[in-house]
Write a protein that binds this ligand. Structure first.
Ligand code: NAP
Length: 238
């Protein structure tokens, strides 16, 4: 099947790294569904890509809401009949300046709900179709901050954010192991410190640099790696 017949869903695609991943996948020839929790901002982003000559549509998707996930994936499958790539990009960072010993329950809950549980439920929603197609690429946008070596030297900082990404990395390994041999490849990526609303304007990397590896992973050829964490297309330690 050619890239132009493939369908990708990117979460949190209305801005930041997610929008650039959507643009990159569109440039690879895929039709991209931009998941956004605000319908208006998703449609605005899809219009922008459409003006650039890319094939893009918006779908309302709040990854912290199980019903929204179910509805959005069903809408994509009923519209296109398939779903080839899922990029779990949507994420929140709510506990900057906090420490593991004191961070409040609400920040922990909200962080895990979006960064881990939302990605997990999305994987569950798309895997049956990917198994039927014998083709799927799942990319979990993680962070260096979730790697165990980084956690060890962290002084307990950014606790919920870090551990949500550590768990997302482990989920990546679990799913890749479960799906081995089915041509559904599951990988995680650290985009590095990127200039977005989350990363701030002082970050050293552009959204283009942050989006390059997720786009590569979402379009891996058959037989490509699975169950790994990458940065700049190179494997990283967990
Ligand atoms: P960003 O500019 O803050 O964008 C976050 C995106 O996620 C927005 O589109 C936001 O939507 C969306 N989002 C948040 N909660 C959502 C929910 N419940 N449902 C649907 N969408 C939701 O962040 P970014 O820098 O592009 O980050 C993208 C990913 O890269 C995240 O997973 C982040 O952890 C990871 N990352 C970023 C950096 C960095 O330096 N920037 C470094 C390492 C990892 P709204 O517009 O509606 O808020």
């Amino acid at each position: 099947m050619s890239a132009s017949q493939r369908i990708a869903l990117v979460t949190g695609a209305n801005r930041g790294i997610g929008l650039e991943i959507a643009r990159g996948l569109g440039r690879e020839g895929l039709t991209v569904v931009l998941g956004a929790r605000s319908q208006a901002s998703g449609e605005e982003a899809a219009r922008m890509l459409d003006v650039e000559g890319l094939s893009a549509v918006a779908e309302t998707l709040d990854v912290s809401d199980a019903k929204s996930i179910e509805r959005a994936v069903a809408a994509v499958l009923s519209r296109f009949g398939r779903l080839d790539a899922l990029v779990n990009n949507a994420g929140v960072l709510l506990d900057a300046g906090e420490r593991a010993s004191v961070v409040g329950f609400e920040k922990i809950r909200a962080t895990f709900e979006t960064n881990l549980v939302g990605a997990w439920l999305l994987c569950q929603a798309v895997i049956p179709a990917m198994r039927r197609q014998s083709y799927g690429r799942i990319v979990n946008v993680s962070s260096d901050m979730g790697s165990l070596a980084d956690v060890q030297g962290s002084g307990g900082s950014w606790p919920a954010y870090r551990l949500s990404k550590t768990a997302l990395n482990a989920l990546t390994m679990l799913l890749a192991s479960e799906l081995r041999g089915e041509n559904v490849l599951v990988n995680a990526v650290s985009p590095g410190w990127v200039r977005t609303r989350m990363g701030g304007q002082g970050a050293p990397r552009s959204v283009e640099q942050g989006a390059d590896t997720p786009v590569w992973l979402a379009t891996l050829p058959d037989g490509g790696p699975s169950g790994r964490l990458f940065r700049d297309r190179q494997p990283l330690d967990w």
